[in-house]
Design a protein around this ligand. Structure first.
Ligand SMILES: Nc1nc2c(ncn2[C@@H]2O[C@H](COP(=O)(O)OP(=O)(O)OP(=O)(O)O)[C@@H](O)[C@H]2O)c(=O)[nH]1
Ligand SMILES: [Mg+2]
Length: 363
């Protein structure tokens, strides 16, 4: 199971272009249809391990991106976003809002003018409307159920009602669920609703080529307004990134140097969506394969094993763990073993970012 990230935004903001860049895809930017694709999560450590160990195969972690296609503008206000679109949006782990900052006379802006902050607010509002509509419907249903409810069901309903009213009040004050202070128990109940404003949000400001020299300063400036919990903002020239994504790595690198683009904007986008989701990576080196896996920060060794195969979780004996840095110093696992740097860890060991792990298990 990999992570799913939904790409939304106003019409003609560059959603499909961003999608193509992320997934090295060739989806038609002219069609407003939805697209699904996989991006390989860039990780320099995986490259380093591969260079060192010369495995037969190198397998990066993957993230799945969905280009929602439709613009969600205007859908929220009446009855909230609904149907298949809501199902699609509800199922993602995080959202990317592509906001147009590029100028192109031949592609009219849906709002008639360029205004990044206005467009960010528009989408935030649509998402909030959608959540409010879900809350309204649920509150109505609770009212009805309360009429005939006996204890302890009644108590549960009243508690849920109280929570929803609190969330609704905050939403109406423009505080998205992701910024609301909820106890861990509240957060757990709330998770069932899959509120759209609860999802981590990455704002991708889609700039034109001619704005590249100002990309960093624009990003800093906008970030000073958007440093909010579980929300990040990045500038990206989607059109250029999409073109570069079609080139081989070395040609793309040469290009980037010429344009003075320090790090691939694409890699930064994927990495940021990872950080937003609280994901970390661990590596396995098994039968000629070096593989990266992504897990939630704070995952135990036995659950990490389950990520690879359910048998490994069920029959978990222990994990042999070495940190990435120690691994690089040793050059290979047998050297690490000799030096006593392979540590034996039990089920409850909390996997650290960059750990190289060999799981021992019984089937
Ligand atoms: N000049 C310029 N054009 C861009 C840039 N990004 C996207 N475009 C163009 O803008 C148009 C719309 O881009 P799309 O990626 O299709 O936008 P979208 O949000 O998917 O559009 P819809 O799905 O129709 O709502 C296309 O013609 C793109 O080539 C950019 O950074 N610079
Ligand atoms: Mg599109």
């Amino acid at each position: 199971m990999s992570v799913n990230i939904g790409i939304i935004g106003l019409a003609k903001s560059g959603k499909t272009t961003v999608f193509n860049a992320l997934t090295k895809g060739m989806a038609d930017t002219e069609s407003p249809a939805a697209h699904v694709g996989i991006a390989k999560v860039p990780d320099p450590r995986l490259k380093e391990l591969a260079a060192m160990l010369q495995p037969k195969r190198v397998v990066p972690a993957e993230a799945s991106y969905i280009d929602i296609g439709a613009s969600i503008k205007g859908l929220g206000k009446e009855k909230g976003i609904s149907g298949q679109l809501l199902t699609q949006l509800s199922s993602v782990d995080a959202l990317i809002n592509v906001v147009r900052a590029f100028t192109d006379e031949s592609i009219p802006h849906v709002e008639g003018s360029l205004d990044v902050e206005r467009d960010i607010a528009t989408i935030d509002l649509e998402l909030a409307f959608s959540d409010l509509a879900i809350i309204e419907r649920r509150l109505e249903r609770i009212e009805t159920s309360l009429k005939g409810a006996k204890q302890p069901e009644r108590q549960g309903l009243l508690r849920e009602q109280e929570r929803l009213i609190k969330i609704k009040a905050d939403l109406e004050k423009d505080v998205p669920v992701r910024e609301q202070k909820l106890t861990s128990e509240e957060a757990k109940t709330i998770a069932n609703y899959q509120f759209l404003t609860a999802k981590p949000l990455l704002i991708v400001v889609n700039i034109g080529e001619e704005q590249l020299p100002q990309a960093a300063s624009l990003e800093t400036e906008l970030n000073s307004h958007y440093s909010r919990p579980k929300c990040r903002l990045i500038t990206l020239c989607a059109k250029l990134e999409m073109e570069l994504a079609q080139l081989n790595n070395s040609a793309a690198e040469t290009f980037r140097t010429e344009f003075g683009m320090a790090e691939s904007g694409l890699n930064r986008t994927i990495k940021l969506s990872y950080e937003l989701l609280g994901l970390i990576s661990f590596f396995t080196i098994v039968s000629g394969e070096v593989k990266a896996w992504s897990i939630q920060n704070g995952t135990s060794a036995v659950k990490a094993a389950g990520k690879i195969h359910s048998d490994m979780e069920r029959g978990f004996i222990r994990a042999e763990v070495i940190s990435y840095d120690d691994m690089v110093r040793c050059g290979n696992l047998s050297e690490a073993r000799k030096k006593g740097l392979l540590l034996l860890e039990g089920k409850n060991y909390i996997v650290q970012d960059g750990d190289v792990i060999t799981f021992l298990f019984n089937v």
